[in-house]
Structure formats: structure tokens, C-alpha cells
Design a protein around this ligand. Structure first.
Ligand code: ATP
Ligand code: ZN
Length: 296
């Protein structure tokens, strides 16, 4: 039985570098095979398999990999199709990772005026996500033809293959270059950590738990700052009210009995303007420190 955890990530594409950087910030290092398909974990028994993103859910379902980093769009589409065939334990989303953000959107020709889902009745819609689209159409009670294409979905209306499309959008530039406009969002996507929860043998589960704890630490402090300041007891509440994006501050009384020293982990931006507001409310000796690591 395997005693090394195996994580599938995208080999080449939008998610490859951020996925490796995120795992790297959890303290993992690797030696990459000459064919760039496998990375042997050096700092921990955690290896990477470098694959096409579409293959990741299947690798998880078959148990060849234990965890994967993949777009929610790919994971949900896989599960949508699998649910109609049924079978083994499907991979599920364990954590949203905060990168690779995009939407799966329904887009129609710019010349149309959008009047709602009923307008698609009897129309042809091109997509690489037939499972998710079919589910959305069924929920909307619309009978439309789903035209499955593996790529270049957005040119389908110009080629006469379809009337509308359902495709991934981030800026919308590709759609407008093809005289299309997005009208409905079917799924909000980002990169996710996926796995088959509770189905790992104990050794692998311990490794997976450790990794997920480290990931949680990294995600929690991403863009976070530690604020250190002092305030009089009677002004503390006013200062803390200006920190709705901070965790409950830790407070220590100083010797004079009237002053408190506080530290708060703040998840939002701490601008100069914000520091000046905190000072006006009574914060003194305000310091903003970067947070490097955290283990809850
Ligand atoms: P592969 O060769 O691995 O199959 P791919 O061409 O399917 O690669 P990419 O284009 O690298 O995949 O996209 C990977 C993921 O990035 C998508 O599944 C999606 O989750 C996310 N993504 C973010 N923004 C966009 C976008 N504008 N278009 C497509 N995908 C996006
Ligand atoms: Zn792909």
C-alpha cells in the first residue's frame, strides 16, 4: 500500500504556477522528474502528479491520487456527469483556494435583448460544460439543445453551430470580441482543493490533515496583517469598532491600570488613512506587521 500522499495538479495552464506556489508556501519542496510528469516530495512524503486539469477528478475517484487542485468548474462538471452514471465515492471540494477565479456564464449575441431563460427554448447552446448547463436548463424549465464542444466555444454562433454559448468568463473580452454578451452566471469558480473525504488509509489521512492545516494557515493570513497598538480602557471599544475585518483582539493591561496593549489579526487592507482614523479613535503606537506563518 502507498505510504506517500499524491496530489494531482495541472501540468501547464492557468492553475499550475499558483498551485505549486501555494503548496510551496506550506513548506513542501520537490525534485521534478526529467519528463516533468512527477515531482518527488523532498521535505515530506508528498508527491505531485502533473496532469491535464480535466483528468484530476477521475484520478481522485479512482484513488490514484489522494488530493487535487482543480477548478471548481471542472470538479462540478465531472460530478454532474458522474451522478447520472452513479458508482464510487465522488471527489468533493475541501477548500476554496482564492485563485483562478472565473464564472461559467451563459452568453447570447449582442444583438439580442435578454428576456430571461425562456428565450432559450428550442435554441442551440454550445458549451464544454454540458452537465452543468443541462442542470441549469432543467432547473429553469427550458428545453434547449446542448451542443458539446471541446474548445473555441465562443465562435460557435458565428460558425452557425449554435445560437448562444455557455463558457468560462473572467474579463469578458473574449466574448465581446465574438459579439457575445454574458447574461446569466451558472457557476462561480475558483481553484479548489479536492479529495475523497474520509476514504484515505490512516497514514495518508494524517499527511492530508497536516497539509490541510498548513493550507488553512496560509489561506487565513494571505493579505493579513498583525496590528499592535495601545489604547485607554475607555477608548478601546471605539477603536475596535473600526476593525470589523479583524479577529477579536488579544488585550493585555499595562502597569498604569488604565492602558491596554492590543494585538489584532486584520484581514483587510490597512492603509495610511485607516491608521489615521484608528489614531483619532484613540489607538497609540500603532504598528502594522506582516504575518509569515500561522498554525491554528
Ligand atoms: P489543460 O491542458 O490542463 O486541459 P485547460 O486549457 O483546460 O488546460 P486552462 O485554460 O489552463 O485549462 O484553465 C484552467 C482553469 O483555470 C479553468 O478550468 C478555470 O477553472 C480557470 N480559469 C480562470 N479564468 C479562466 C478563463 N478566463 N478561461 C478559462 N479558464 C479560466
Ligand atoms: Zn482542461
Amino acid at each position: 500500500m502507498r505510504d506517500r500522499l499524491r496530489i494531482a495538479i495541472q501540468k501547464n495552464g492557468r492553475l499550475s504556477q499558483p498551485a505549486r506556489a501555494l503548496l510551496g508556501s506550506c513548506g513542501l519542496t520537490w525534485r521534478e522528474s526529467p519528463d516533468h510528469l512527477f515531482c518527488h516530495g523532498e521535505s515530506a512524503p508528498i508527491d505531485l502528479l502533473l496532469v491535464r486539469d480535466d483528468d484530476i477528478p477521475g484520478l481522485l475517484e479512482s484513488g490514484l491520487c489522494d488530493l487535487g487542485i482543480v477548478g471548481r468548474n471542472v470538479l462540478c462538471e465531472y460530478n454532474e456527469r458522474a451522478s447520472s452514471t452513479c458508482g464510487q465515492v465522488q471527489p468533493s471540494e475541501l477548500r476554496g483556494l482564492g485563485f483562478g477565479g472565473c464564472r461559467l456564464s451563459l452568453a447570447i449575441p449582442q444583438a439580442w435583448t435578454w428576456q430571461g431563460a425562456a428565450q432559450l427554448q428550442g435554441k442551440r447552446i454550445a458549451t464544454s460544460y454540458p452537465g452543468l448547463l443541462a442542470r441549469w436548463l432543467a432547473d429553469a424549465g427550458v428545453d434547449a439543445e446542448v451542443v458539446e464542444l471541446s474548445g473555441s466555444v465562443e465562435i460557435a454562433p458565428r460558425l452557425g453551430q449554435a445560437d448562444a454559448v455557455c463558457d468560462l468568463v473572467s474579463s469578458g473580452a473574449t466574448l465581446s470580441a465574438n459579439q457575445l454578451k454574458p447574461v446569466e452566471d451558472i457557476l462561480y469558480s475558483e481553484a479548489v482543493l479536492a479529495g475523497r473525504s474520509n476514504s484515505l488509509p490512516p497514514v495518508l489521512r494524517d499527511l492530508a490533515d497536516t497539509l490541510v492545516r498548513r493550507l488553512d494557515g496560509v489561506l487565513r493570513i494571505r493579505d493579513s496583517k498583525l496590528l499592535l497598538f495601545q489604547a485607554s480602557r475607555h477608548e478601546v471599544d471605539a477603536v475596535v469598532r473600526l476593525l470589523p475585518d479583524a479577529e477579536v483582539p488579544t488585550q493585555y493591561p499595562l502597569e498604569d491600570g488604565e492602558t491596554l496593549a492590543l494585538q489584532a489579526l486584520c484581514h483587510g487592507a490597512v492603509t495610511w488613512q485607516r491608521m489615521e482614523e484608528l489614531k483619532r479613535a484613540g489607538a497609540r503606537g500603532l504598528m502594522v506587521l506582516p504575518v509569515e506563518r500561522m498554525l491554528a
